[in-house]
Design a protein around this ligand. Structure first.
Ligand SMILES: O=C(O)C(=O)C[C@H](O)[C@H](O)COP(=O)(O)O
Length: 213
């Protein structure tokens, strides 16, 4: 599977995970993240606004790397790719969905929580995997344990779920970690209040931590 976009996500270091329910929030939000130094984001398909938001962000801020998350069906793979998603992510691993992504060569990071999940992902050539829900599964000690047998394969992981500014540096210091994702960068409350200044501040703090990597 086509994995080069994940090298760009790795360089970005952090991935802002967003639940956008109003398309008009999309561009100011992307601008605030970029102003703070965060240049990768994932729009989750949990609302109808996600795909129109993707189009709006791509048109207004081409420098932002925009992926789509919560991709649960082959139809969603197609729809996200048609609108220009740079990469796709899912909470779990669905072979039908991965097959659809492989067919059209769109980079996909499936969710993994066990060694069996990692092996299923390998079947589809995925090299960057989403470790979800990272903190509840046991954080880095658990990831190191399940990743160890596959160390020679060069897999990299994006932890999501319970990661925030306070544990960001710890995750980024681990060589298995490609980039770190989470919703802490753009909490729903700030979106609803349109507090883009605060989003920019959160992004700046995260970007500073990435620089010290
Ligand atoms: O549905 C998906 O595809 C997702 O990406 C889910 C997110 O990974 C988590 O919701 C992020 O977890 P928090 O940062 O703890 O809020």
């Amino acid at each position: 599977m086509n994995n080069h976009v994940f090298q760009q996500v790795k360089q970005a270091g952090v991935l802002a995970v967003l639940m956008i329910d109003r398309v008009e929030h999309a561009v100011p939000l992307a601008n605030a993240l970029l102003a703070g130094g965060v240049r990768a984001m994932e729009l989750t398909l949990r609302s109808d606004a996600a795909l129109p938001a993707l189009e709006a962000i791509r048109a207004a801020t081409p420098e932002m790397i925009v992926g789509v998350g919560t991709v649960l069906t082959p139809e969603q793979v197609q729809a996200a790719q048609e609108r220009g998603a740079a990469f796709l992510v899912s909470p779990g691993l669905n072979p039908r969905v991965l097959e659809a992504a492989a067919k059209i060569d769109v980079p996909f990071a499936p969710g993994i929580a066990t060694a069996s999940d990692i092996e299923a992902a390998l079947e589809f050539g995925c090299k960057t995997l989403k470790y979800f829900p990272a903190e509840l599964l046991g954080g880095l000690p658990y990831l190191r344990a399940i990743a160890a047998p596959y160390a020679h394969l060069g897999l990299e992981y994006i932890p999501l779920g319970g990661v925030k500014q306070s544990n960001l540096a710890e995750y980024l210091a681990e060589p298995l970690i490609s980039a770190v994702g989470g919703s802490w960068l753009a909490p729903n409350q700030l979106l609803h209040e349109g507090d883009w200044g605060q989003v920019e501040d959160l992004a700046r703090a995260a970007a500073e931590t990435v620089k010290q990597r």
